[in-house]
Design a protein around this ligand. Sequence first.
Ligand code: F6P
Length: 380
Amino acid sequence: MPTKSTGTIGILTAGGDCPGLNAVIRAVAKAAMHYGIKVIGIRDGFRGLVENRTIPLDNALVSGILTQGGTFLGSSRDRPHKMEVGGKVVDLTAAAVRNYRRLKLDCLVCLGGNGTQKTALRLHERSGMNVLTLPKTIDNDVAETDITFGFDSAMAIATEAIDRLHTTATSHQRIIVCEIMGHDAGWLCLGAGIAGGADVILIPEIPYDLEAVARRLMRRQRAGKRFSIVAVAEGIVSREEAKTRAAADRMSHELGLETRLIAQAGSAEGIHLVQEPVASRLARRLQQLTGVEARVTSLGHVQRGGTPTAFDRLLCTRFGTKAGELLAEKHYNIMVGLKGTLCVPVPLKKVAGIKRTVPVDHPWIKTARLVETCLGDETE
Ligand code: F6P
């Protein structure tokens, strides 16, 4: 490990924000400066690089931000090769590269989820820019790391919400369907569902059988339970929807839609696209099937707000300082991941473009089944 190094790095935060971004910025910057590397903050993700909006970082600027949610640099979902300018989508990769060179950067440090990993690799491959990434997302779906930062904090928020829903659900003898983020991965819903003791947990990786869920809820009612909590991931699909999903994906691709659409069988063409929140539809149908009053809570962006948990603060500080060490060694074009107890560099090529969803034989799935949680797939 070098005692001193040289050069300049840029740092940006891209994609959806989450608790822990400021903690990582602080740790990368402090460790890099410790080794003698200059640090430049880039505003609003890749858009700030394209538009050359930067801020030199020093110890004072990264001090006192460990516990702050969000990102003081700002974030965006913009990608240099597909930037929206004046209502048009244009490729501004050349501008990003020009600014990277103008700032005399040795490496661009990118804090982001799957989209960011892909964009960073693309910039490296297309322009020769050096990049180093860190795995950020509440969805926990980045490959080559045991966990992403932000996940634990979001899981704590969703768990607390489920705890609170228990008391109101039991007072009114209701089913409460709680929608949890996670994009197409079920980690957040499964983790919070188990931790909060949800009675039913539905995740995208296990297409659900509506009637099996209803049967479980009625069984609970017959057993004298005064409530049921159904935790659902935003990306869930029913068994029927899973069958038509491939066709719907093809259709949304052909239409050039950026939003994720939910395929529903039953229209004249066999596929009907709807955008109603998944929890509302589910609650309505469960109320019809069980005769029990149902309500919906969609946690939404509350899950991305506020201060990081102690676990995330520690993880972020470890991720960031490891990145600082690797930058001092001029070890680039990697992501820092957690493998077991160690923060390690992994080739970015092994990460970009791969979504880590919940394997159906994952220990958390077995855990849920052993405490009799319904995952929507058994014959009840
Ligand atoms: O990737 C993080 C995430 O919060 C997902 O769980 C969710 O699907 C998405 O971002 C929401 O994105 P936005 O903040 O752009 O609405």
